[in-house]
Design a protein around this ligand. Structure first.
Ligand code: PLP
Length: 404
């Protein structure tokens, strides 16, 4: 499979930035969108736009059909048992908040414990802090080692009778670490504890099967997998979703409403109050079609090659230090350069037309662990090439000269 021409599928990548060909290395923040996805949004508003579920007219039925077809495609993509287990949300952040509020909060008592890890995105920290504060429960943290890997022995030690829930990321957005989630889920289930996996940085890189990993909840954001912003997925096991109260009230999530009593709709509609992001859901379906056309295992192999190539090149540059060297990594490289603030690195890269991210990447506890204020981060996707890595390396070398 050749990845040479894939850039042409992404119109935004044709432009120049600061007079240079754009090299986009910020896909962990958000990926660019292929023509199919952009056309899907355009066509939806030109041909199908209508509200779903409530209309008998043709456009409404068409919109409903496409929206529900997207749900089935997503269920197949992550190998869920049923499309009823797929809830459309705004993104991974909303999914974590939904589970914290509708599943965990009702079962949490004073002094109970929730386990997360030191490498979580703020989206998988703050909702748990909020729920713990409200219920006077405690947050326990699995530490990481210097390589940026979870210390599994410490995880085993943290689990006890008070542990009510675990929520961990599949892939770290700052370090690229791929966590052994199947093993972790198995450990949790042996102790009868339910577990959520934040897959925001995983689904676009790895083949994933809900049936295989057996996660109780799993979530991700469309915009990190070639779809638009404002659409994401919460997967939940049917038997868990069915016992959960709604997250928000409003239209479409009810069966009947009187002023005395409201009865709620079945899943998944119970968790989709109000008019959803219909065009976004349909475009997410298109993004999945696009990924499937290329093949997730081909994508994985291509990105792994880029990661290995970039890692070996960066390691050869004096003064560059890679942060996060786990054995299993997705195509994300955080690095620092001795004597240069990451924000200055980011600005200089931009002057060369190279988009990288500089900052704490919404993972401040990781920055504290490595005792750095921030890192520069290059993250790769299907449209990147070895030439992009060469441009990055050249620009880093120039950057070091400027500050020498
Ligand atoms: N979890 C991880 C690992 C992430 O990388 C991100 C975004 O960077 C999120 C959660 C939050 O995703 P969103 O902002 O799309 O809700």
């Amino acid at each position: 499979m050749s990845f040479k021409n894939i850039k042409k599928d992404f119109p935004i990548l044709e432009q120049k930035v600061n007079g240079k060909n754009l090299v986009y290395l910020d896909s962990a923040a958000t990926t660019q969108k292929p023509k199919e996805v952009i056309n899907s949004l355009n066509n939806y508003y030109k041909e199908t736009n209508s509200n779903i579920h409530r209309g008998v007219h043709t456009l409404s039925q068409k919109a409903t059909e496409k929206y529900e077809k997207a749900r089935v495609m997503i269920a197949n993509f992550i190998d869920a048992t049923s499309s009823k287990e797929i809830i459309f949300v705004r993104g991974a952040t909303e999914a974590v908040n939904l589970v914290a509020s509708s599943y965990v909060k009702p079962l949490l008592m004073e002094n109970d414990e929730i386990i997360i890890s030191q490498m979580e995105h703020h989206a998988n920290i703050v909702p748990w802090q909020m729920v713990c504060e409200e219920k006077k429960a405690k947050l326990k943290i699995i530490p990481i080692d210097e390589n940026g890997e979870l210390i599994i022995n410490k995880f085993n030690e943290l689990i006890n009778k008070k542990t009510k829930f675990i929520s961990l990321n599949h892939v770290s957005n700052s370090l690229g670490t791929i966590n052994p989630i199947k093993k972790i889920i198995h450990i949790a289930h042996q102790k009868n504890i339910k577990i959520m996996i934040d897959g925001a940085q995983a689904v676009q890189h790895l083949e994933i099967s809900m049936k295989d990993i057996d996660a109780d909840f799993y979530c991700f954001s469309g915009h990190k997998m070639y779809a638009p912003t404002g659409i994401g997925i919460l997967y939940g096991k049917k038997e868990l979703l069915e016992q959960m109260p709604p997250y928000q009230g409003g239209g479409d999530m009810i069966k009947s409403v009187t002023f005395e009593k409201t009865t709620y709709n079945d899943i998944p509609n119970r968790f989709e109050a109000g008019t959803p992001n219909i065009s976004g859901a349909i475009a997410l379906g298109k993004a999945i079609e696009y990924i499937n056309k290329i093949g997730i295992s081909n994508i994985n192999k291509h990105e792994e090659d880029l990661l290995n190539y970039a890692t070996s090149k960066l390691k050869k540059i004096n003064k560059v230090k890679i942060i996060g060297e786990a054995k299993e990594k997705a195509a994300v490289i955080s690095f620092i350069i001795e004597g240069i603030h990451p924000h200055d690195i980011g600005t200089i890269m931009d002057s060369h037309g190279i988009a990288i991210r500089a900052g704490h990447h919404c993972t401040q506890p990781i920055m504290d662990f490595y005792n750095v204020p921030a890192t520069a981060r290059a993250s790769f996707a299907i449209y990147n090439t070895k030439e992009d890595v060469d441009e990055l390396v050249k620009a880093i070398e120039k950057c070091i000269k400027v500050f020498a």
